[in-house]
Write a protein that binds this ligand. Structure first.
Ligand code: GAR
Length: 216
């Protein structure tokens, strides 16, 4: 392979920054898609608002730069000084797309403006059903027979942005919170890399609320 071809390959890889507060299994699924060649992207950094989050340990194990940045004094949003610190790090890595993977805070106007249409999220329900926290528990409590996961662009609402991909799972009679969440996560690990592939290949067009996929 010529030097030019190598440069071109690295230049065409989408630069992702992953933000998460939890275990990091979605980040891991994205990493696997990158290493098996199905996703032309690069996770340039992982940022967490939780010092001992599993996602930071997974990033470290994969030699990806990790940053713990407290988002205090806020409990449920990323705003103020903390938002500025996040933006500084995101800019340091020339981030092209912010990938929220279990990041349990609401993104506010400053970051939305800085990364307009360039923030995506995964949510463990078939939106618009069950936005917010513990969506799998909401589905069980409500008694739906089907739930799933949604990958969507982030806007100023809570889990309201245009939908890119959804995958469904059945809710079984003997499901517990844990078994249902595990079944949803299996689908998340397919949906997130697939949504990222579509973005990296420039296959999405957003028309009002609809995300149109050009699969030709
Ligand atoms: C995922 O199930 C994701 O859908 C959910 O957090 C989990 C993170 O898992 N996100 C939300 O509920 C956001 N409202 P992970 O850390 O193993 O990827």
């Amino acid at each position: 392979m010529s030097a030019n071809a190598t440069d071109k390959n690295s230049a065409s890889r989408l630069r992702l920054a992953v933000l998460g507060s939890g275990n990091g299994s979605n980040m891991q699924a994205i990493l696997e898609a990158i290493s098996n060649g199905s996703l032309a992207a690069e996770i340039t950094c992982v940022i967490s608002d939780v010092a001992d989050a599993g996602i930071l340990a997974r990033a470290k194990a994969a030699s990806i730069p990790q940053h713990y940045i407290s988002a205090e004094p806020f409990r449920t949003k990323l705003d103020g000084e903390a938002e500025k610190q996040y933006l500084n790090v995101l800019n340091d890595y020339d981030t092209e797309l912010i990938v929220l993977a279990g990041f349990m805070r609401i993104i506010k106007a400053g970051m939305l403006r800085a990364f307009q249409h360039r923030i995506i999220n995964i949510h463990p329900s078939l939106l618009p059903a069950f936005p917010g926290l513990h969506a799998w528990r909401q589905a069980l409590d409500y008694g739906t027979k089907i739930t799933g996961c949604t990958v969507h662009f982030v806007d100023e609402g809570t889990d309201t942005g245009p939908i890119i991909i959804q995958r469904h799972v059945p809710v079984l009679d003997d499901d517990t919170i844990e078994s249902l969440h595990a079944r949803i996560q299996q689908q998340e690990h397919i949906a997130y890399p697939e949504a990222l592939r579509l973005i990296s290949e420039n296959k999405l067009r957003v028309k009002n609320r609809r995300v149109l996929i050009n699969n030709s």
